[in-house]
Design a protein around this ligand. Structure first.
Ligand code: FPP
Length: 254
């Protein structure tokens, strides 16, 4: 067993989080500190995406959500946006076999109609092809913003109330969660953000209400299977109380 497999088996021996979200930050700084164009950082970051996804599958996570492009990222310089879109297309075409061979279900959340056709088409094709897969659900947050998602959900619920299909009393935490793009995903247990920044940046605002947060100083292009397994091991040392006291939790035997 190599060192990574050893770490992964330690994670598997304890309670594995169901859903991990990752804010993949630091690609630009990683490249700039090496005198490289920012896009090289994103390219190296795609390799981290592959490695971390493989590790998540080996460990047996149910869901992994990656913040790959935010609603606000459209305002970056046009050549960086175009380069990122090319990388996404390349990823979707090259990973098809790996996704299908490993029973991964590819999912996407965000304002997907804003994506260029050359990304949207391979994305839709792979989502359709992998829809029945039963393994890891890999969700790419693309043109995604948590506030944008909430606005879209509120509009959908308001339209139902206006048409009489839903009463005000039917608006509960469950109906709100069900109106979000993540309606078929479990709540997020852990959010990892690479590269030292400690903020949420409009990622899964509703879904992270009781998440643990782990901020790693390591830039995303250097964040690989080892760093991922170490993050999960750290998560497993946390006591999640969901508003209760530690004593209450111990009495309940959780
Ligand atoms: C943040 O780093 C990263 C992004 C805006 C894009 C993330 C994209 C990838 C990892 C590659 C493509 C994705 C997939 C799924 C294949 P930053 O540019 O904000 O870094 P900085 O803060 O150092 O400038």
């Amino acid at each position: 067993m190599n060192a990574i497999e050893e770490l992964e088996s330690q994670v598997k021996a304890r309670e594995v989080p169901k859903h991990v979200g990752i804010i993949m930050d630091g690609n630009g700084r990683w490249a700039e500190s090496r005198g490289l164009p920012r896009l090289e950082g994103h390219r190296e970051g795609s390799t981290s995406v592959r490695e971390v996804t493989r590790s998540a599958r080996r460990i047996g996570l149910k869901a992994l959500t990656l913040y790959a492009f935010s609603s606000q990222n459209w305002s970056r310089p046009p050549d960086e946006v175009a380069g990122l879109m090319e990388l996404l297309r390349e990823y979707l075409l090259k990973e098809r076999e790996e996704i299908m061979d490993n029973g991964i279900k590819l999912n996407a959340i965000g304002e997907l109609d804003k994506l260029p056709k050359y990304v949207k088409e391979p994305l839709d094709a792979l989502r359709t092809e992998s829809a029945k897969n039963q393994g890891l659900v890999l969700t790419l947050a693309l043109s995604y913003g948590g506030r944008e998602e909430l606005v879209s959900g509120v509009r959908a619920l308001a339209a139902k109330v206006a048409s009489g299909a839903l009463s005000l009393d039917d608006i509960t935490e469950e109906t709100v969660a069900g109106a979000l793009w993540t309606h078929d995903l479990p709540p997020v247990d852990l959010v990892i953000r690479s590269s030292g920044e400690q903020r949420l940046s409009n990622f899964l605002l509703w879904q992270t209400a009781y998440s643990e947060f782990l901020f790693s100083p390591i830039a995303w292009p250097d964040f690989r299977a080892r760093e991922f397994a170490e993050a999960l091991l750290h998560f497993q040392t946390r006591e999640r109380r969901f508003g209760l006291t530690g004593a209450q939790l111990r009495r309940a035997g959780t």
